[in-house]
Structures are given as C-alpha cells and as structure tokens.
Design a protein around this ligand. Sequence first.
Ligand SMILES: Cc1ncc(C[n+]2csc(CCOP(=O)(O)OP(=O)(O)O)c2C)c(N)n1
Length: 276
Amino acid sequence: MKKRSVEELKEIARDLRKKVVTMLYEAGSGHPGGALSAADFVTACYFSEINVDPKNPKWEERDRFVLSKGHSCPVLYAALGKLGFFPEETLHTLRQEGSPLQGHPNMNCPGIEIPTGSLGQGFACAVGMAIGLKMDKKNSRVFAVLGDGECQEGEVWESAATANKYKLDNLIAFVDYNKLQIDGTTDEIMPLGNISEKFKVFGFETYDIDGNDMEQILDTFDKIRAIAQNGKPKCIIGHTVKGKGVSFMENVCDWHGVAPKKEEYEQAMKDLEEGF
Ligand SMILES: Cc1ncc(C[n+]2csc(CCOP(=O)(O)OP(=O)(O)O)c2C)c(N)n1
C-alpha cells in the first residue's frame, strides 16, 4: 500500500464526496447523507489501510471490505473507481439498468465482496468471512461498515456474539454513528444506549473517535494493528455527521435518500470545493 499523507487522504475524501454528489445528481436518486458521513473512513481504508489489488479483485490474500449499510454505496463506488477496479466513467451510470453500479451493491461490480442493503446481513457475512479466513489460516482482515440505525437489527448482535465466540481478531467493524436514520434520530426511533459499551460487553475491543477526523482514524488503525492478534474483534465507534461536507445536508434527516436538484448540486459542489 502506497504511503499517503493525512493531507493527501483528506483531499481524496473530498474528491470522493464530490463524486458522490455528482453521481446522485446525475442518477436523480440515491442516498447522500450516509455516503458523505462514511467518506473519511472509506478513504482511510482503501487509500491507506487495506490490501486489495484493483487488477485482481479476487486475489486470495486481499483484505475484505463489506459495506453493511449498503445504501451508502456511492462512496464505495467512487473509491473503487478511483483505484481502478473499473473505469471511472462507469460512475456516470449509477442506478441505470444494466450498470454494475446499482442502488445497492451487488456482485456484478468488481471489488464488491457481497451484496448488501438488507441491514444487518452484511455484518453477518463479514463475520462469516472472518471465520473462513481463520479456518484457512490467512492473515487477511475483514472491515465492515455499519450504520447506527442498522445496529437496531437483531442480526447485528447475533453476529457480534459469533465474532466473540470465534475470537475474530481479524474483524474490524466501524459504526458510522451519525445519530440519524431515515425519518428521525436513532434515539427517537429506537434508542441504542451506549453502543460502545454494548460492543464491549459483546467482547469487542472498542474505540470511540471522531469518524470524520482522518488523523483519528489512522491513529486507531495503528492501535488496532498493535494488538492485532489478541483474540478480540475490534469495533470503531465513529462519531460522524450525516451529510458531512455539504452545508444544507449536514445533520438533516431529509437528505437520507434524496438526490440534489440542479441548484442544490451546484451549491453542494461549491461547499465541497471551498468549504463553508
Ligand atoms: C432490514 C432492513 N430494514 C429496513 C431497511 C430500510 N432502510 C434503509 S436505510 C435505513 C436507515 C439506516 O440508518 P443508518 O443505519 O443509521 O444509516 P445511515 O444514517 O448511515 O445512512 C433503513 C431503515 C433496510 N434497508 N433493511
């Protein structure tokens, strides 16, 4: 993996965000909020931490990345395109019939490990992958991104218990804790209590960080690598902002699953280019 500076990674995250907004604008539909909140973690994974080979997506020794909150896939597509898993022009085909880039990820897209979108299932698959890698005595790791709303699913906790049982220290979960879901705050819809403590009692090593802070994400990866084989799965609780980087989308629930119209698109690109 090429060594990149924090500044370079922040620039990549900004580029991914611009691509997300552009893809959704062109498609006329999709989910901006959770894609923008997860952009820094996705960047840190793909451009600094995980081992993948865009020219050989099925390389056996690769790390696995599972976007369990599959609706946020535009940011994953933007990362995969930038890395060369497929031509970047493909990003313009988001959600079109026949495109590998569907509204939720599927296996027609190079680099996608498992179809996701039904919340909870991706994490269960990630746990299964981590078990499989252990059985095969591989050193690869599995990174899984979950939403906080997704953590209301029972399957998440069945999977967490399984990760504990099988001592999956090769599993790194990231909860994109942006405090919002489709139509309200997670606290209003179904309070989660202390997510960090919950994962801890399920046997995870936990890390509470600002999930939009590149330095903190990289620092956490360093900490995780330092205790890589301690027999415990890891969970990063990344406190994030839904819609991060776009002034009128930040912390606004209505931007969960709506594409920007022309003027909104132009404003969003200006915000991402110049800051606000
Ligand atoms: C099993 C299941 N139930 C319901 C949905 C519909 N759904 C799609 S996104 C979403 C909200 C998810 O909230 P969160 O996990 O916090 O995602 P984020 O805020 O990061 O976008 C829901 C309920 C689904 N995809 N799967």
